[in-house]
Design a protein around this ligand. Structure first.
Ligand SMILES: *[C@@H]1O[C@H](CO)[C@@H](O)[C@H](O)[C@H]1NC(C)=O
Ligand SMILES: *[C@@H]1O[C@H](CO)[C@@H](O)[C@H](O)[C@H]1NC(C)=O
Ligand SMILES: *[C@@H]1O[C@H](CO)[C@@H](O)[C@H](O)[C@H]1NC(C)=O
Ligand SMILES: *[C@@H]1O[C@H](CO)[C@@H](O)[C@H](O)[C@H]1NC(C)=O
Length: 395
């Protein structure tokens, strides 16, 4: 075979030319990006059971620009119920990524082949699944109601979820099945996603009280949290699940605030349920600003209604709080939990109380003295990553 002899200058010139061509190709705006990734914002409400995340979910779900699903990874856990939370992390992450990209085929692995819109866990709390193009129970931009939606939309074709999802600028998912932040790093640096994380926490003592009131409903999830190979755990006298939950909040908040990786900048915001219950509008405005949404007058009126216990949206069971009793709700554990148990949670969750700004009580007197405020102002410097992107009103 004949090989031409080429001078080294020619080789250099050729290499340079190729490099420039390559750089040109890379830097050129690509052929129109898929509709899904352009400008769309993906919001993960990252929380735990009984922490007010359904309420926060509703705040997003009712926004006219938002496609919302509540706990899509419920389907992963109920299908792969022998797994442990850690073993299922990757499947959960993969599902969440697909849903953010409006790819609902991912549910083929977790749902029956013949299914309607109502196959989604708690689908009726998603306003987008009750409005066009998914269903016409409520016009887009109206506040939806679960009961009416359940009646009118349950038999809509499953495929409409995908179509609906693609028609919104924001996809918001609430999930309680992540126990560290590292598992989400690939999503944070994924060029197809524009992810914001709202990390919602609540006083572990209030969480414990609320968990005890709902022990049966949490039994399967508890088993997965504790890695029991499918055994349900209803009674948890050692408070192992609460300890696990506290640890995960500390892990997540620390990963996001102490030496956070650069791709987390401006993408993480910690929210305490108690702050939200005390000053809903200010907190919600800040949350919306963080995720690029604005508070419409209609939403503001609705939020006022649901947090002031008046109007049709005020159903307790849907929102678990109203500002008239918000303080009472967030303090209910002080009336009902025995002091020995409080002391135990405080021991198991010392780090979480400290990091998140909840004051321990050291006696029964302190427990019952409601003039003693246990929600401490959050350290100004502790969560600078969040406060750099949105102002956080203080009180
Ligand atoms: C889905 O809805 C159709 C009617 O639109 C109904 O015939 C069918 O039984 C429903 N399927 C399921 C699984 O509920
Ligand atoms: C989990 O339970 C199944 C069925 O009881 C059993 O076959 C399997 O060996 C168990 N796995 C572990 C890791 O214990
Ligand atoms: C708020 O409540 C009032 C009084 O019940 C009601 O008339 C109004 O429609 C409600 N507004 C919204 C946006 O829910
Ligand atoms: C708060 O709860 C306590 C005990 O459950 C009750 O005595 C009190 O009246 C409540 N306060 C309000 C304002 O609802």
């Amino acid at each position: 075979m004949w090989l031409p002899r080429i001078s080294s200058t020619a080789v250099t010139a050729l290499l340079l030319a190729q490099t420039f061509l390559l750089l040109f190709l890379i830097s050129r705006p690509g052929p129109s990006p898929p509709a899904c990734s352009e400008e769309r914002v993906h919001v993960l409400v990252l929380s735990s059971w009984r922490s007010g995340s359904s309420f926060v979910g509703q705040l997003f779900s009712q926004h006219p620009d938002v496609f919302y699903l509540m706990e899509p990874a419920w389907h992963v856990w109920t299908t792969l119920w022998r797994g442990s939370a850690t073993a299922l992390h990757m499947a959960v992450r993969d599902l969440v990524r697909s849903v953010f990209l409006c790819d609902m085929d991912v549910f083929d692995a977790y749902m029956p082949q013949n299914r309607n819109l109502s196959a989604f866990f708690k689908w009726e709390v998603s306003r987008a699944l009750c409005s066009p193009p998914a269903c016409s129970a409520f016009p887009r931009g109206a506040i939806s109601k679960e009961n009416a939606c359940r009646t009118l939309c349950t038999r809509q074709p499953f495929s409409l979820a995908q179509e609906a999802c693609r028609s919104y600028s924001h996809v918001v998912l609430k999930e309680v099945r992540f126990f560290n932040l590292q598992v989400l790093y690939p999503l944070l640096s994924d060029p197809a996603l524009n992810l914001r994380i709202v990390h919602l926490v609540r006083d572990p003592r209030a969480v414990l009280r609320s968990r005890e009131a709902a022990a049966k409903a949490l039994a399967r999830d508890n088993g997965i949290v504790l890695g029991t190979n499918g055994t349900w755990v209803e009674a948890d006298p050692g408070l192992r699940v609460v300890r696990e939950v506290c640890r995960s909040h500390v892990r997540i908040a620390e990963a996001a605030t102490l030496k956070p990786p650069p791709f987390l900048r401006g993408r993480y915001r910690l929210v305490r349920f108690e702050d939200l219950a005390r000053e809903p509008l200010a907190e919600i405005r800040a949350l919306y600003a963080f995720t690029g949404l604005s508070l419409t007058p209609q939403l503001e009126a609705w939020i006022y209604n649901i947090t002031h216990g008046s109007g049709p949206g005020a159903r307790r069971e849907a929102f678990k709080t109203s500002s008239r009793n918000a303080l009472n709700v967030s303090q209910a554990w002080r009336h009902t939990l025995p002091f020995t148990k409080i002391r135990r949670v405080q021991e198991l969750c010392t780090g979480a109380l400290q990091l998140l700004g909840y004051r321990p009580v050291y006696s029964e007197d302190e427990q019952h003295d409601l003039t003693l405020d246990l929600v401490l102002p959050r350290g100004l410097n502790s969560f600078s990553w969040a406060s750099s992107t949105a102002s956080h009103p203080r009180h």
